[in-house]
Design a protein around this ligand. Structure first.
Ligand SMILES: Nc1ncnc2c1ncn2[C@@H]1O[C@H](COP(=O)(O)OP(=O)(O)OP(=O)(O)O)[C@@H](O)[C@H]1O
Ligand SMILES: [Mg+2]
Length: 285
């Protein structure tokens, strides 16, 4: 049974744990899609990349929705099957549970997602007092990652413990940034946390790059100034592909389908397809 828009946000009970999860034969690259600022295209980028890698590159892909807003399931509600369990339960006891236990499937054979979980809001507090709290997701992906080629983590719009868990679990971080001065100023906070995570917890964390999103081609001067601001602050981190304003992207989300099905010849579909290929090259995946 697929989800309707209205049922997409209902919470579900966790399934019974399968403690003896068998390792698979894959070794996923884990990509955190993170930004401190809200509304800059994290979820849109996560969902489009996941669909592109599953549809066009034959990859087995998992999207982990770390955001209590549960926008991954909202955006794909016409494709996600009901079922699965609560990520917060897994992260509350990562020694006993794996993310794979609560995953649900989609209409695309090789695309899987974690279900919506409003319990993630309370998890931030529960994690705060726990030893090793930053490593909960990393531990809970230890076996899960052997079942996928790529795992995307859709992070919430802040740099709290869920985002830190995402960064510690990831091999790479991708930072969407809307083409506005306010969004660029928000990148600094995340870069600081990335530096702290690299210094204290995970030195190998790789910054894939900053992705300019919602670029309005009519604002050539502003766009050039934004690019200068980014390179002036963080060097050569801008990805060669950028995403323009494209109404087909929000429209696809309204129908609960990915843009490659909803509007395959739209600008957004072409640009995200190019980005998907570019990132696979950059990761050697
Ligand atoms: N390139 C684009 N062109 C037009 N609209 C876009 C584009 N990218 C994203 N949007 C729309 O902008 C809104 C915010 O995008 P999205 O939800 O992906 O951002 P987010 O960073 O995940 O937000 P949040 O911080 O709330 O999680 C959505 O309505 C989405 O459909
Ligand atoms: Mg989001």
């Amino acid at each position: 049974m697929r989800l309707s828009f209205s049922t997409a946000l209902e919470s579900r009970l966790p399934t019974a744990p399968r403690k003896a999860l068998r390792p698979g034969g894959r070794k996923a690259r884990v990509v955190a899609v993170a930004a401190q600022k809200g509304g800059v295209g994290k979820t849109t980028t996560t969902v489009c990349l996941a669909a592109a890698w599953a549809r066009f590159h034959g990859k087995r892909v998992l999207v982990v929705d770390l955001d209590p807003q549960a926008h991954v399931t909202v955006a794909l509600c016409g494709m996600v099957e009901a079922g699965g369990g609560a990520l917060s339960e897994v992260l509350g006891d990562p020694a006993a549970h794996e993310v794979e236990e609560i995953v649900t499937s989609t209409r695309l054979d090789s695309l899987f997602v974690t279900p919506p979980d409003p319990g993630l809001i309370r998890l931030e507090d529960r994690l705060a007092s726990r030893l090793g709290k930053e490593r909960a997701l990393r531990r809970a992906l230890e076996i899960t990652r052997s079942h996928y080629d790529l795992i995307l983590l859709d992070c919430p719009p802040n740099v709290g413990s869920l985002t830190v868990n995402g960064l510690v679990a990831a091999d790479h971080v991708l930072i969407p940034c809307a083409a506005t001065a306010l969004a660029v100023s928000g990148v600094g906070g995340l870069m600081q946390v990335v530096d702290e995570v690299r210094g204290d917890l995970h030195p190998e964390l790789d910054v894939l790059g900053i992705l300019l999103t919602q670029v309005d081609g009519r604002n050539g001067r502003t766009n050039a100034a934004i690019s200068d601001m980014v390179t002036g602050s963080w060097g050569d981190v801008l990805l060669p592909v950028e995403i323009g304003v494209c109404n087909s992207l929000p429209q696809a989300q309204l129908t609960g389908r990915d843009v490659f099905e909803y509007a395959p010849s739209s600008r957004g579909a072409h640009q995200y397809r190019a980005l998907a290929a570019c990132l696979l090259d950059a990761m050697g995946a």
